[in-house]
Design a protein around this ligand. Structure first.
Ligand SMILES: Cc1cc2nc3c(=O)[nH]c(=O)nc-3n(C[C@H](O)[C@H](O)[C@H](O)COP(=O)(O)OP(=O)(O)OC[C@H]3O[C@@H](n4cnc5c(N)ncnc54)[C@H](O)[C@@H]3O)c2cc1C
Length: 408
């Protein structure tokens, strides 16, 4: 196995990884290596035949595919050691990575490693939907890859599951490429993003059912129908495909197979306010932290964490033992989920970002060493971004807790 080294290795060439690699070079870091398992940059944006991408970072609107090309131009201007077709298969505790490419297995080591491997939608297997195993059961990402890269629309009359923004992306992709969804199903009693789901499906004549879930997929070679449960009633819907949209989870299998700690809420890496993991060699940014944000958010976060890594290499950031942030149910996750004291430079993650597991009415509080320093009462929605400003002094606290008091 050949062995090479770098100052910083960035794993993943989506918006956050590209922005970080550029920021590192702009801050004077000599050798920055960007590893991307595919043959292009752009990550999840590349599949999207729609806009908007790029407004915040480049001041103009791109379609997903052209946004990826813009990232490639930017990278080529900054002296980054870019390696396509390089898939990282193991994170070593000391910053040594195992990498698989056409040339076989190799070993690469970095003084710092930034992981920006993004997120993925929950596929059928992880949703525990029973029935046959026919062709035609996809996620939105897979549908968009079929359409964008192979010019194939894999079904004509799919049933779509979900009610997130990405579900709208799935519906639009179907309608603009010759498929007409038979129905959209949401297992909860409310849509996850209420605004478009209250008016768009009726406008285009697609039934949208709440409290509805697939209990069986029927079809030998291809999907022929699904059995759905609505309340106590089971009914059969004829269709030729099933599209499971949303329920994003961080692409964190590298962490799960290594000793770099993951967070029990986000299921991504545990990071402090600088995007730094419990193992101080490792950092993370973008959707791998909390599935899922916009491309612009991922880009800005990657850039900020790239800058903090450059500062860290120059000796500005101490890496002492972090304090773990705790929280009550129904908070699903808090990012950052660790805090380290003593940092004097601008931090990568400016606010706390929270998500809820389910819809809940009540008061959310931030308690620092037992004192409530922030509170807000609201009707909290799952999978909606919640930002809580980070109060002064919190970095030196011994205990930081998000509490929740339910109200009728
Ligand atoms: C269907 C869909 C529609 C969307 N629509 C919009 C939109 O309209 N506007 C918007 O702003 N955002 C949109 N988004 C969100 C946007 O695409 C993401 O926020 C953004 O791509 C996240 O960037 P990232 O760098 O964190 O991760 P990603 O873009 O997911 O990039 C991760 C990269 O890491 C690589 N990688 C993973 N594992 C490894 C490994 N082991 N070794 C090497 N490389 C690896 C992957 O190949 C990928 O290139 C959409 C997302 C989806 C899925």
């Amino acid at each position: 196995m050949s062995q090479q080294s770098s100052d910083v290795i960035v794993i993943g060439g989506g918006p956050s990884g590209v922005a970080a690699a550029i920021a590192l070079r702009q801050a004077g870091v000599e050798k920055v290596t960007l590893l991307e398992r595919e043959r292009h940059l752009g990550g999840a944006t590349r599949h999207c035949s729609h806009s908007p991408f790029g407004m915040l970072e480049f001041g103009r609107v791109y379609l997903g595919a052209s946004y990826g090309r813009r990232l490639e131009q930017e990278v080529s201007r900054h002296g980054i050691d870019l390696r396509y077709g390089h898939s990282v298969t193991r994170l070593g505790e000391d910053g040594e990575l195992q990498v698989s490419s056409d040339a076989g297995l190799s070993s690469l080591s970095g003084k710092r490693i930034l992981v920006t491997t993004g997120t993925r939608e929950l596929p059928r297997s992880a949703r525990m939907v029973s029935g046959d195993r026919p062709v035609g059961v996809l996620t939105t990402g897979a549908l968009q890859a079929y359409v964008a890269f192979h010019k194939i629309m894999p079904f004509k009359r799919p049933v779509i599951v979900g009610s997130e923004l990405v579900t709208m992306s799935a519906i639009m992709t179907c309608l603009s490429h010759g498929a007409r969804p038979v129905a959209v199903l949401e297992p909860r009693d409310h849509a996850l993003v209420s605004a478009p789901f209250s008016w768009f499906p009726p406008l285009v004549g697609i039934p949208f059912h709440l409290n509805a879930r697939i209990v069986d997929i029927v079809g030998r070679a291809r999907v022929e129908a699904v059995k759905i449960q609505r309340g106590s009633v089971i009914e059969t819907l004829e269709c030729d495909g099933v599209l499971f949209s949303g329920q994003f989870t961080p692409e964190a299998s590298l962490f799960q197979m290594s000793r770099v700690e993951t967070d029990r809420g986000s299921l991504g890496p545990a990071v402090d306010q600088n995007g730094r993991c419990a193992n101080p060699i490792y950092f993370a940014a973008g959707n791998v932290l909390r599935a899922v944000e916009t491309g612009g958010w991922a880009y800005r976060e990657g850039r900020a964490i790239g800058r903090t890594i450059a500062a860290d290499l120059a000796g500005a950031i101490p890496a002492d033992t972090p304090v773990r942030i705790t929280y009550d149910d129904p908070v699903k996750l808090v990012v950052p989920n660790l805090l380290r004291s003593g940092s004097t430079i601008p931090v990568g993650l400016e606010n706390f970002q929270l998500r809820f597991l389910r819809r809940a009415k009540g008061t959310l509080t931030l308690e620092v060493d037992g004192v409530t320093v922030w509170r807000r009462r609201a009707n909290w929605m799952p999978e909606t971004r919640i930002q809580v400003p980070r109060p002064a002094g919190v970095l030196n606290a011994d205990k930081v807790h998000f509490g929740f008091q339910a109200q009728a």
